[in-house]
Ligand binder design. Sequence first.
Ligand code: XMP
Length: 326
Amino acid sequence: QWTTSSIVDETVAAIREQVGDRRAICGLSGGVDSAVAGALVQRAIGDQLTCVFVDHGLLRAGERAQVERDFVAATGVRLVTIDAVDRFLGALAGVSDPEEKRKIIGREFIRVFEQAARDLQAEAGAAGEQIEFLVQGTLYPDVVESGGGSGAANIKSHHNVGGLPEDLQFSLVEPLRALFKDEVRRVGLELGLPETIVHRQPFPGPGLGIRIIGEVTADRLETLRAADAIAREELTAAGLDRDIWQCPVVLLADVRSVGVQGDGRTYGHPVVLRPVSSEDAMTADWTRLPYDVLAQISTRITNEVPEVNRVTLDVTSKPPGTIEWE
Ligand code: XMP
């Protein structure tokens, strides 16, 4: 039986063994997994690690500030933030297919990392150590669902498994590859990460890009970000964060419906609330949220987000649905 501290000790030892005195970079997605992976590797190799946070414009509200402030304060990690909004939106322009989006986002991530590594290398000068390793927060369920486990079908290309380019210039360090989410959270707390990071809702690497059904544009992202922030705020205010696994908000960007607001007709977009309960994300049930909480989320979203005139609830378990819509 592994205790959390023995998982930490053994993983730290394994990372030291793998990386030696060489250098690594870690991409932070804003999610729990990459934060814990980064903190573990930081514990193992200290300043040989640089974390890279890519602002790709597909983030939740407040995400960048949380990484730049709270994560750095908790870990003391070296952090570089890269503004890549235009690059990602450019690459995603005109693309609606879910797998294509995932692959584009995965590819652009890696390219941005490679550029970051080159820049860091250049800063270090000729005497600096080459950056050889890329840290990723891949979990066991990601491995299985991307077809890496024994005999599993490829359901989705999770960006950090199936979306890697074939000419990847890094060796991967994946310290969470054998763990489930609850173990990852315990490891995060053991490493001193704040509850606000460790117990936040899981967030997919491709971010809001796979929660817009249809083409991803800056305007649509702004709409979804606002709706998502309201849903998270209300769930937190109702004390429900620990009762749900996550509650994606999905924007049906190519669907419009007629509504009425004030004196006028509206012709806006629906969002879908997708609250789920789960142990490990491999299976999930839809969460029976209290009606008053649903009502409050619905009222606020339709009042505060002008492009959204309808809020719907997804009552599908996994299987047959997946948690994310793409
Ligand atoms: P699905 O949609 O496959 O999601 O039922 C299962 C869990 O994984 C998250 N998810 C991802 N996490 N990269 C990630 O790091 C990804 O590409 C990705 N896609 C889905 C999802 O939010 C849920 O918690």
